[in-house]
Design a protein around this ligand. Structure first.
Ligand SMILES: *Cc1c(COP(=O)(O)O)cnc(C)c1O
Length: 229
């Protein structure tokens, strides 16, 4: 077994344990493997071990991997900040975008999504803990943005995404994730029909699942630590 296959097995076991402790069904949590900075061979190894969904932060790096791994039937998620001049490449090549935080970007993605492809699957990024320098819409503005994004023809609004600051312990992490879950539930109570809450990374996936995450984005625990950029 490759190191990556073994790591994937460990991560799946962590997810299963967290789901059991939370009284949740393991099928309700999707594993997104974050392959940023790792090459196509690493993705290939993970795919051979049954992993299908991959997350990338840098558009050009993602495009290179998507091109070289075409034919494997993988699903590609853009989880990095999006600039206006990159929306066309994202709309033409990715399956999902997790980081929509303003309407202008969503409008461009919708206009540029090719008709031949399924609608682009979208999450709205929420700055859930109010970090000053962070991307993400303020929680108070999430409902209005979600309604506007949901109305765009070539996007399918799936849910919310968060990247909270590292918390000192499990309970603190769970509390922040729980506030994201409360916002998600609020939007659904308003009729948005969301099914995806993208939160939890290598260090806090248990707390995220305890709070109701439906998609965890895991890099280090699968591929190893990244070289500093
Ligand atoms: C890098 C990254 C991850 C994965 O982080 P790990 O701690 O390596 O699991 C998840 N989400 C986003 C947005 C990232 O940039």
């Amino acid at each position: 077994m490759t190191m990556i296959a073994g790591n994937l097995q460990d991560v799946r076991a962590r997810i299963a344990t967290a789901c059991r402790r939370a009284g949740r069904n393991v099928d309700d949590v999707t594993l997104l493997a974050v392959s940023k900075t790792f090459g196509p061979d690493a993705v290939r190894a993970a795919a051979a071990a049954g992993q299908r969904a991959f997350g990338e932060n840098y558009v050009q790096e993602g495009l290179d991997k998507i091109a070289s791994l075409r034919g494997l039937g993988l699903e590609w998620h853009d989880i990095g900040p999006i600039q206006s001049n990159k929306t066309r490449a994202v709309a033409e090549h990715f399956d999902w975008v997790h980081t929509v935080d303003r309407l202008k970007i969503a409008e461009r993605l919708s206009a540029q999504r090719p008709e031949a492809l399924a609608p682009l699957q979208v999450c709205i990024q929420v700055n859930i803990d109010g970090g000053p320098a962070k991307s993400g819409v303020a929680p108070a503005d999430a409902l209005a943005l979600a309604r506007a994004v949901a109305a765009l023809p070539r996007l399918k609004l799936r849910g919310l995404m968060t990247i909270p600051e590292p918390a000192p312990d499990f309970e603190a992490a769970r509390a922040v994730h729980a506030s994201a879950r409360a916002l998600f539930d609020h939007l659904n109570a308003e009729g948005l029909g969301l099914d995806t809450l993208s939160m939890g990374m290598s260090d806090d996936l248990e707390a995220a699942i305890a709070a109701g995450s439906t998609m965890v984005r895991i890099g280090t625990a699968i591929f190893g630590s990244r070289a500093p950029k």
